[in-house]
Design a protein around this ligand. Structure first.
Ligand SMILES: [Fe+2]
Length: 203
């Protein structure tokens, strides 16, 4: 068997443990004041994970970020990744999320607040931004090497963590159900670089 290495791939983590929302948490998210966004609406509050009402959810997300930075990134303990902004998005019929990435963030996350198998809510789609081959080729089937897009369907309680540079979008919601997600960005604390190499940053 030949060895094939997925060189320099982007780790997208789907958390095995699904978050179980309490009735109070769902009510808090349902009652958020929303503002217009491109293609959908977003909460006016951009720090919802700082609220007392979502403290338990915050602890769940923090522990998953911890797993990502320790087990996947293998970051040394002098640095830690922390949540900066956090907000909710709602997409009703015909609403969508245009293609974008999350600047000024290391990891981003999306937690589905609505969605169940077969309900037809549109998936989050991640798009390749480093071409494998500079040709328009057709493939017998798709795998992690040749695919240009990979999507994950909404499932209530599912948390996905991904590098913030990964471009993603969501197609139009063609159902009558509201697609609700909670998203967040992160940054890093602790010393970076080396004084002697003039790469030092200490935030
Ligand atoms: Fe996003």
């Amino acid at each position: 068997m030949n060895s094939v290495y997925p060189l320099f791939s982007y780790p997208v983590m789907l958390c095995t443990e699904k978050y179980q929302f309490s009735a109070e948490e769902e009510k808090y998210i349902a009652n958020l004041t929303m503002a217009e966004n491109i293609g959908n609406s977003m909460s006016e509050n951009d720090k919802i994970l700082d609220s007392n009402e979502l403290a338990k959810l915050r602890a769940f997300i923090d522990s998953q970020i911890d797993t990502y930075q320790k087990n996947i990134l293998r970051l040394k303990a002098k640095n830690s990744i922390f949540i900066t902004q956090s907000w909710a998005n709602k997409a009703n019929a015909n609403e969508f999320h245009p293609m974008h990435k999350h600047p000024n963030s290391l990891l981003s996350g999306v937690l589905f607040v609505s969605g169940s198998t077969g309900d037809g809510l549109p998936p989050i789609r991640f798009h390749r931004n480093n071409d494998l081959l500079p040709l328009d080729l057709e493939f017998e089937d798709h795998n992690e090497f040749n695919t240009g897009v990979r999507w994950f369907v909404p499932e209530k309680g599912l948390l996905i963590l991904f590098p913030s540079v990964l471009v993603h979008d969501v197609d139009r919601n063609t159902t009558g159900d509201e697609r609700i997600t909670l998203s967040f960005n992160t940054f890093v604390k602790g010393p970076l670089g080396k004084k002697a190499q003039l790469t030092e940053v200490d935030l």
